[in-house]
Design a protein around this ligand. Structure first.
Ligand code: NBP
Length: 477
């Protein structure tokens, strides 16, 4: 028994994670339900490091040094429970099960509780970066006990991505489900980022009249500034790609119906439960859903829209600059909303999550990695109790500078009939937060009228009800 770590579940993610551990000098026990995958891994990549191939669960567990560290990389949901049921009886107190799949944090909380009774550490761990990241350094978001992190942390730090300043993109996020919760919100923010980029693309295409190749160049330029990020970079790559079969821009031959696996939806569902307004992420999830309703879209194709007015060259260039402002301002809002959800989750479940540390570990390896995250970290480092990212002086100033263009872009979108739910939701959130008065006062009046739900007054303490059906006098409730 000499492997420092074991990986079970050797599809793309598990296989690459096992190789990453081995390349970093660890002896890795490998196992998969279907043994063919295990042997294929060792045959193909055995030269990269020290692997111990195990055919059975017993062999696998026996190959691990104590306390055992066992990584599960299988399909989230029932397969994860099946694997835990198979391995847990073979483990001893002090051993660690690390679930690197995309589990729902509520499942992680349940599994952690059940295994804790047996003295086993269950470490629900968010891993972002896709196959590439798993192999070369992902962003890693482990939850679970402090003790387990003491044992696992150094190994995770070694295999993780490194930010530009060299620090590893991993931190102990918090107890039980904290890691998977943060991974979930990461994915929600990823949905919002992608939606905003999509809207920017469509505006540049439909309103400014640019071709995909020209838009690719615009994104490349943006990627050298404050929008510098992995998603902007790959957007330029996708937009400049030409389909070999037709010679057309690749983006024009792909069916425009976006799919989703569920983490974005979870982010919104949980936000609804926590009462956190993540309107930008919600719009991104709904936009994907709308795109998939092919029959509904077909039936709606004849509906009236405005007559589009083509832009001249210099007008288009100025418009592109405005879109950059709108995209940046909307991005600040979606991160504001995402971090609000993490803060609310942390509060609800007692996780004590360090928001600056979260921003810090997203700087490398993960899909939403961006220069921008350095500034979010700086904002929380300067003021850990920041009520919202919008209260940060730098972000506040940047939005103040962007807002005129942001509004102009939305006006152009509305005038030209280009759907921009992400930009619009972000601006509405911003305007609602800064508003002196909201129509919520009217809502309270309506609720009191039809349901005697009572209201509070601006000038006195207490709850009140107006006798709407009677003489309309006010009573204390
Ligand atoms: P998949 O999610 O496609 O899962 C395939 C693996 O699960 C195979 O090893 C398969 O074994 C195993 N498995 C299944 Br299915 N049911 C099982 C069962 N009842 N008992 C034991 N093993 C079972 O693999 P993946 O795409 O590598 O992703 C792994 C995890 O990482 C998932 O939770 C995913 O959500 C997460 N993740 C993926 C990405 C990504 O970019 N793909 C990124 C971040 C996180 P078999 O070979 O015997 O069928």
């Amino acid at each position: 028994s000499s492997a420092q770590i074991g990986v079970t579940g050797l599809a793309v993610m598990g296989r690459n994670l096992a190789r990453n551990f081995a390349r970093n000098g660890y002896t890795v026990a490998v196992h998969n339900r279907t043994a063919a995958r295990t042997h294929a891994l060792v045959e193909e990549f055995g030269h990269e490091g020290r692997f111990i191939a195990a055919e059975t669960a017993k062999e696998f567990v026996a190959a691990l040094e104590r306390p055992r560290r066992l990584v599960i990389m299988v399909k989230a949901g029932e397969p994860t429970d099946a694997v835990i049921e198979e391995f847990a009886p073979l483990l001893e107190p002090g051993d660690m099960i690390i679930d690197g799949g995309n589990a729902h944090f509520a499942d992680t909380r349940r599994r952690e509780r059940e295994l804790r009774e047996k003295g086993i550490h269950f470490v629900g761990t968010g891993i972002s970066g896709g196959e590439e990241g798993a192999l070369n350094g992902p962003s890693i978001m482990p939850g679970g006990s402090k003790e387990s992190y003491e044992s696992l942390g150094p190994m995770l730090e070694k295999i993780s991505a490194k930010a530009a300043d060299g620090s590893p993109c991993v931190t102990h996020v918090g107890p039980d489900g904290a890691g998977h919760f943060v991974k979930m919100v990461h994915n929600g923010i990823e949905y919002a980022d992608m939606q905003l980029i999509g809207e920017a693309y469509q505006l540049l295409h439909d309103v400014a009249g640019y071709s995909p190749a020209q838009i690719a160049d615009i994104f490349r330029t943006w990627n050298t500034g404050r929008l510098d990020s992995y998603l902007i970079e790959i957007t330029a790559e996708v937009l400049s790609h030409v389909d070999a079969a037709t010679g057309k821009p690749f983006v024009d031959v792909v069916v425009d119906q976006a799919e989703q696996k569920g983490t974005g939806r979870w982010t919104v569902q949980i936000a609804l439960d926590l009462g956190v307004p993540v309107s930008g992420i919600a719009e991104a999830v709904f936009a994907r859903s709308l795109s998939g309703h092919a029959a509904l879209r077909e039936a709606s194709r004849g509906l009236a829209g405005p007559k589009a007015k083509p832009m001249g060259e210099s007008e288009a260039a100025a418009f592109a600059d405005r879109v950059e402002q709108a995209l940046y301002a909307s991005k600040i809002v979606s991160y504001t909303q995402g971090f609000h959800e993490i803060a609310a989750g942390s509060e609800e479940y007692g996780w004590d999550i360090d928001l600056g540390a979260v921003a810090s570990i997203w700087r490398g390896g993960c899909i939403i990695r961006a220069a921008f995250l350095d500034r979010i970290r700086a904002a929380y480092d300067a003021r850990p109790d920041l009520p919202s990212l919008l209260s940060d002086e730098t972000f506040g100033r940047e939005i103040a500078e962007a807002q005129d263009d942001w509004r102009e872009v939305l006006i152009a979108a509305v005038r030209n009939g280009v759907p921009t739910p992400g930009f619009a939701a972000a601006l509405a959130y911003y305007d609602a937060l800064r508003a002196e008065r909201l129509p919520a006062a009217l809502t309270q009046g309506q609720r009191d009228y039809f349901g005697a739900h009572t209201y509070r007054r601006t000038d006195r303490e207490g709850s009140f009800h107006t006798l709407w059906g009677g003489d309309r006098s006010e009573v204390s409730a």
